[in-house]
Structures are given as C-alpha cells and as structure tokens.
Ligand binder design. Sequence first.
Ligand SMILES: Cc1cc2nc3c(=O)[nH]c(=O)nc-3n(C[C@H](O)[C@H](O)[C@H](O)COP(=O)(O)OP(=O)(O)OC[C@H]3O[C@@H](n4cnc5c(N)ncnc54)[C@H](O)[C@@H]3O)c2cc1C
Length: 397
Amino acid sequence: MNHDAIVVGVGPAGLLAATKIAEAGYNVLVLEEHERVGEPDHCAGLLSSSGLESLGLSLPDDVIQNTVSGARIHAPSGYSIFIERGRHEAFVVDRRRFDSWLAEVAIAKGVTLRTSSRVTQITEPKTGRLSVRTSNQYLESRTVIIAEGVRSVLSKSVGFPVVSRSSRLPAYQYEVESINIEKDLVEMFYGRQLAPGFFAWIIPLDEGKARIGLASRNKSKIRLDSAIRHHPIISKRLENAKITRGMGGIVLVSQPVSRLSSEGIVIVGDAAGMVKATTGGGVVIGGLTAQIAGESVNESLRENDLAKEHLRRYDKRCRALYYRELQTMYMVQKALTSLSDKGLDSVVKDAHDMGLLEIVRREGDMDLQGRVIRRLISNPRTFLLGLRAIRYINPFL
Ligand SMILES: Cc1cc2nc3c(=O)[nH]c(=O)nc-3n(C[C@H](O)[C@H](O)[C@H](O)COP(=O)(O)OP(=O)(O)OC[C@H]3O[C@@H](n4cnc5c(N)ncnc54)[C@H](O)[C@@H]3O)c2cc1C
C-alpha cells in the first residue's frame, strides 16, 4: 500500500504530527521499532498545564500521577528559593501511559500504527515518492516525518543537521518510595560539583513517592548515587527511601537544528532539537512544533507539491513563533553553566533579595520562558545581579 505520510517514531512528536495529518483525511502510517508504545521510558513526566492546553490535550485521569503548584530551587550553598504561581501549574504524568493514550487518540483519528518496525533507510524520491525500508519490508510514501528522538541516525543519513554532541547530556533517574517530600513541589538542585552543566531534580508522584534524577556532562548515574548518599538535602530526603526502578536517557540542552525540512521529508521533536534548554523538556514544545509540521505537510499534500521550497513553510512558522523563546532559554542555560558554585549562589540569592522572583511569579510560563527572561533582563536590578555574577564566570568553560 502507498501512503501519504509515514512517521518514524511513536513518541509525542511523531504521534501529534500524525494525528494532524490524519485529521485532514490523509493516509498515515506510524512505524515504531519497539514492541510497545511508550517503552522503554526515561522521562520525568513534568508537563505544564498551559502547555497541554495549547496542544489541545485534556488528559484522562489514569495518565496523571500528580499535580504540582511550584518549584523549590536549591543553590549549591543550600540556600533555596521557592517559586509558586498559586494554582496547579503542572501535571506529572506516567510517560508510558501518556504515549499510549496519545497513540489511542491518533488511531481513533485514522492513524495506522505498526510496532516492532525499525526503519533502517529512507531513500530520497525518484518518482515523487520516498522509499522507506524497515527490518522486513519496503514501503512507499509521498512524505516522511522523522520523529526518531535524540538518536538522529536517520535524520543524519538523509542529510539533516543534528544536535551537537556537547548538547546531549547523559541522565539517570530512579523511582523511589518512602521519601520525605512535599507532594506538590518540584525540587531542583544546582551545583557544579553535583551536576556540572545541568541539575538534579525531585519530582513528587504521590505521598512518599517520587522520581529523582540528574543530568550532567558526564558520570550522571555515579553523581546521582553519590548525591543520594552524601548531598546534605537529597540524602535527608531519601534517608529511608526504597528504589523501585532506574532508567537512563539523554537530555538535550540545545537550540533547534538549522534546517527542519528537505525534499519530501521533515524532522520533528528531539530529532530537530525542539527542547527548552533550561530544563531539557521537549514534550510540549516538540509537540507544538510537530503539530505545525503536520499542518505544513497537509498543505503540501493538498497542493501536491512536496518540494523543499514548500515544506520550508514549517521551518518559517517555527522560527517566527518559537525561536526567539528557545534561543533566549539556550543563552540563559549557557550563562548558568558558565558560573562557579559561588556564582550560582549569588544569582539565586540576589534574585530573591532584589525582588525579581515577583516578576517570575507574575509573568512566568513554564514553557515559554523567553518572555519573562527578557522582562527580567530589561529590569535594572537584573543588570546589577548580572554584574555581581560576572565575577564568578569560569573563563575556561
Ligand atoms: C531523564 C529525562 C527526563 C525528561 N523529563 C522531561 C520532562 O519532565 N518533561 C518534558 O517535557 N520532557 C522531558 N524529557 C525530554 C522528553 O523525554 C523528550 O523531549 C521527548 O520524549 C521527545 O519526544 P519525541 O517524540 O521527539 O521523541 P521520543 O519520545 O524519544 O520518541 C522517539 C521514538 O522513535 C523511535 N525510533 C527511533 N528510531 C527509530 C527507527 N529507526 N525506527 C522506528 N522507530 C524509531 C523510538 O523508539 C521512540 O519510541 C526528559 C528526558 C530525559 C532523558
């Protein structure tokens, strides 16, 4: 059978793009290499309620594990600030169930899903169709959406730029029981010794249950194990805890890659570097841009012209809507990464003392942080904070 669109990868980006295309009446096949949707999972599962609303998703109860209303940010010295916005800011989801539910929605809209089907090659069009090779068959399609996640093997094989090595941070995470935490508060722990290049997190799941994880430039599992034993706050939280599950993954701290479309092919989600560099979160922003990819593919299918000039509408729309946000977040993450522990302490403390947290409380958005960052930058008190922090920039980073 010939397809209008083949999507490679059954993560949120692939499923949301596929759903958009099926909604327009086109014939879409999603191919996933693993046997089950959503497995193996590696995500912390923190999704903003506003982001889910923008995606048009209303989660069923069995996907939601918890709701949180704020975050406590710990500086290396132990000093901490609390950011709360007075309402249920985010959901914690079980990614296996979230992805399965997205797949059910997609199938109900007409998407065909085939698991245990690894795509090994995409051949560029000769007769106006792309040839997609899986482990056991050849398929043909008018267009292909690559939603393969962080690996970027196929994207690279067909000539797309990929997220650089230095923007891929190894991460490790445990699910734990009997932990001492507040049930509606996420915790983030910064420190160059603890997690160089990123941070450690605790995401509450239920009374006494949480995900605790860490991403950094290297040795993330060793660093996490060490934090559980020795970090003054983390070790107390986990004093009597029991680890029930462990999982590894790659967190992206990147900007979008420089090209998202070519002749008949588009890339979406992590494969396209669509993440918030400040947190590595990619479900909402990857989903929103994947929906734009789906709409752009629909227009090209309708006009029966899948040339790169037409598909470039996807690049242009993402650039216009989100790149400023994503680039601002990337720059902030780079600035934080270049600070020593003393610098991080100074930023966290000054942000509190100078009353800047009020701006974050009032105008912050978990997904589109660029606006509040620009608002902070235009504040003279932030200039002072920056001047004080500059002393702690490590010139060798
Ligand atoms: C430890 C950790 C915690 C995270 N926490 C959060 C969080 O709290 N909130 C958040 O928003 N984001 C989080 N993220 C990031 C989030 O997981 C990703 O941004 C998101 O999953 C990207 O979605 P995707 O659809 O692009 O790719 P994925 O979800 O990775 O899906 C890609 C799919 O493609 C399949 N695939 C790959 N190659 C092939 C092939 N050749 N043939 C067939 N199938 C293939 C894979 O098996 C996979 O199922 C976290 C990441 C990590 C590592």
